[in-house]
Design a protein. Structure first.
Length: 132
């Protein structure tokens, strides 16, 4: 009877651990964008741009063959673009950047010419594959 009681406690403890792991898995999966619901990712990029003070443009780069690949452009002052770039990794999505480029240009709309920076990159959303 003692052995069975010990085994019962072990099964109960394993069940609790499994429940905690399930919650962790749900939290991790929520950090991934899905092709069915890409809107939170787009809103996250746009919101980050507004908070950083840069103008952002996001467009599909991969076409129908790769719907998880986007072209990202952020334009603003050096400080604002660097702030945007720094906080890009804090978005709750797993992404890969490639073909990143920083370009300085002058925008002279008035007598005073301001130096601006443009950050462009190909951004790929990493989507976890289901377990086989």
């Amino acid at each position: 009877i003692e052995r069975l009681a010990g085994e019962r406690e072990a099964v109960i403890a394993a069940g609790r651990t499994l429940a905690r792991l399930s919650e962790d898995e749900a939290l991790i999966r929520a950090s991934f964008a899905t092709p069915a619901d890409i809107l939170p990712f787009i809103e996250g990029i746009e919101g980050l741009g507004r908070r950083s003070g840069v103008r952002t443009e996001l467009s599909i780069a991969g076409g129908k063959s790769d719907p998880e690949e986007y072209s990202l452009t952020a334009t603003g002052s050096f400080r604002d673009v660097m702030l945007f770039f720094k906080h890009l990794e804090s978005l709750p999505f797993l992404i890969q950047l490639s073909n990143a480029e920083l370009t300085r240009f002058e925008s002279g709309r008035s007598e005073r010419t301001e130096s601006s920076l443009r950050f462009t990159a190909v951004i790929r959303i990493v989507i976890p594959r289901e377990k086989p």
